[in-house]
Design a protein. Structure first.
Length: 149
């Protein structure tokens, strides 16, 4: 059993060892790239990462603490369901949740397509003529000729 766990740990360490191994091949060109990044973008990226980490930590502490206190201190309908539902994000890997959230919020995702107006309304609410302000009534993408205004 110990050998199996050791083998699993070594397999999981391969990507980390690959990144650390890239420092072995550090030469003048690599140092030049690192120096350039340090002078241009690295401080801003590091500050943004730190700000993101602190903001997420504060938000999670506030939201998690508030929901935990509500479930632990008060009796309300469906409290038992919320006790289990609040544990569900712990059962999902973070990258799966990130992909799901990105897919939900992207332009072709269910949120954006659900918020789009129906096709009939889209045709009524087309672009306006620059000369007179008349709305285009067709669903084509051709502009309104100014001679018909």
């Amino acid at each position: 059993m110990t050998r199996l766990l050791t083998l699993a740990c070594l397999l999981l360490a391969v990507p980390v060892l690959g990144v650390l191994g890239s420092w072995v091949a550090l030469d003048a060109a690599s140092l030049g790239v690192l120096r350039h990044q340090l002078e241009t973008v690295l401080p801003e990226y590091a500050l943004n990462s730190l700000l993101l980490a602190v903001t997420v930590a504060v938000g999670v502490a506030l939201l998690g603490g508030a929901t935990a206190a509500l479930v632990a201190l008060f009796e309300f309908p469906l409290r038992r369901v919320f006790e289990w539902a609040l544990l569900l994000p712990l059962a999902m890997p973070a990258y799966v949740l990130a992909y799901a959230a990105t897919d939900f919020l992207q332009y072709s995702g269910p949120l954006q397509t659900g918020c789009a107006p129906p096709p009939a309304r889209r045709a009524r609410c087309g672009p306006t003529c620059a000369a007179c302000g008349a709305r285009r009534r067709c669903s084509s993408s051709a502009s309104i000729p100014t001679s018909t205004c």
